[in-house]
Design a protein around this ligand. Structure first.
Ligand SMILES: [Zn+2]
Ligand SMILES: [Zn+2]
Length: 386
């Protein structure tokens, strides 16, 4: 049964990638099933390295949980490997639903083929499934300590952010080390789940997650000292984060103050390029990073919704929160011109705020953009260079 599912995976994904444009994996379930039934398990050849696709795993922004959209997470698939960008709530189930792994056989698992993880910034809607990845990875295909999966994300913020508005200073969580980066977050996740991990390693075997993953704090560009507490970010040119035989990943600093650092990533593949904005207000650094990209995956917020959420008269604290929402994100009206300035071929909206807003409202982002607009849905797939 598992092999049949895996074969379905390969057939589905390759078929979608051969067809230029956007397809919803779930929407093709009938066609996929027919194809799988016609092809014996194991008869589908693996995709060639030139096959590349963007898969939207989750498209909702913010910590609110929605029935119809998982938290923000995306994948870049290149041949038989894939990379995850952010891990919002539900991300791992979506990896399984999207059938990203092309591995077959009894040892195949949903995360077989995971070749790297990239975290844009330290906000829970981008990290909710991080600990799940770490502690459950060994049961889902992350089993090779000789080839640990690299994880790249922010380092230590360098100090607590300011308190917004006229609020009293709140209690500090973990005052001895209140702004940990990716490496420390990984260590703490493993330690926090030590009872489970020790029981499983002793009772079932498995792999020490501290050896199966290789976390990295992304080194800031020369001349940037942490923390930076206020917008705008320093102007920096794109810098290299990761390179292997399939992808070259560069990054820049984006405008998500008081979060620091917040990164955008650019993936270069043989077939083309994809840029992920992460969470940001309109950003000159991002426009430089995204210059001429085939696909720009950009966050978006509905300003009218945000303003309605905090109706006037507003308290100073409410005013500060609304100001923060609008100055740390990109509105529907702003995102089209950003994509136009970057010269992006296709603009894919993700991290929709709110996650249950009407799609026609988000389609207004086409104004000011001459390329193709995709209002992202969970499990949409976009061919890279197709
Ligand atoms: Zn977010
Ligand atoms: Zn954020």
């Amino acid at each position: 049964m598992h092999e049949q599912n895996s074969s379905t995976t390969g057939l589905s994904r390759r078929g979608l990638m051969q067809a230029a444009g956007v397809t919803t994996i779930a929407g093709l379930a009938a066609a996929t099933t027919t194809g799988a039934a016609a092809a014996p398990a194991g008869a589908v050849k693996k995709p060639s390295r030139g096959d590349a696709a963007l898969v939207l795993l989750g498209t909702a922004g913010g910590p609110t949980v929605y029935a119809d959209r998982a938290g923000v997470s995306s994948a870049i698939v290149v041949g038989d490997a894939f990379y995850l960008i952010d891990l919002g709530h539900g991300a791992l189930s979506q990896v399984a639903a999207a059938q990203l792994s092309t591995a077959t056989g009894p040892a195949a698992r949903p995360l077989s083929g995971l070749a790297g993880v990239f975290l844009t910034h330290m906000h829970s809607d981008h990290l909710a499934e991080f600990s799940s990845l770490i502690i459950n990875g060994m049961w889902n295909g992350i089993t090779d300590p000789s080839d640990p999966v690299p994880i790249y994300g922010p380092g230590d913020r360098g100090g607590l952010p300011p308190v917004l508005g006229d609020r009293d200073a709140p209690p500090v969580i973990a005052p001895d080390d209140p702004t940990p980066g990716t490496v420390t977050m990984t260590t703490r996740a493993i330690e926090g789940y030590a009872q489970d991990l020790n029981e499983r390693l002793r009772g079932s075997g498995g792999v020490d997650p501290g050896a199966a993953f290789a976390p990295h704090d992304i080194v800031l560009p020369d001349g940037v000292d942490a923390p930076v507490d206020a917008a705008p970010m320093p102007r920096v040119s794109p810098f290299l984060v990761h390179e292997d035989s399939r992808v070259r990943v560069t990054a820049t600093l984006v405008e998500h103050s008081p979060v620091f650092p917040a990164f955008a990533f650019r993936f270069e593949t043989e077939g083309g390029s994809v840029v992920f904005s992460g969470d940001t207000a309109p950003s000159e650094n991002l426009i430089e990073l995204a210059n001429g990209t085939d696909i720009l995956v950009h966050e978006v917020i509905d300003q009218a919704w945000a303003e309605a959420r905090f109706p006037e008269p507003r308290t100073p604290a409410q005013e500060a929160t609304l100001k923060h929402l609008l100055e740390a994100h990109t509105t529907i009206e702003q995102v089209g011109p950003v994509a136009e300035s970057a010269g992006a071929g296709t603009l894919v909206l993700n991290h929709l705020v709110p996650g249950d807003g009407p799609v026609p409202q988000y389609r207004k982002a086409k104004k000011g953009f001459s390329g193709r607009l995709v209002v992202g849905r969970d499990l949409d797939e976009v061919a890279i260079g197709g």
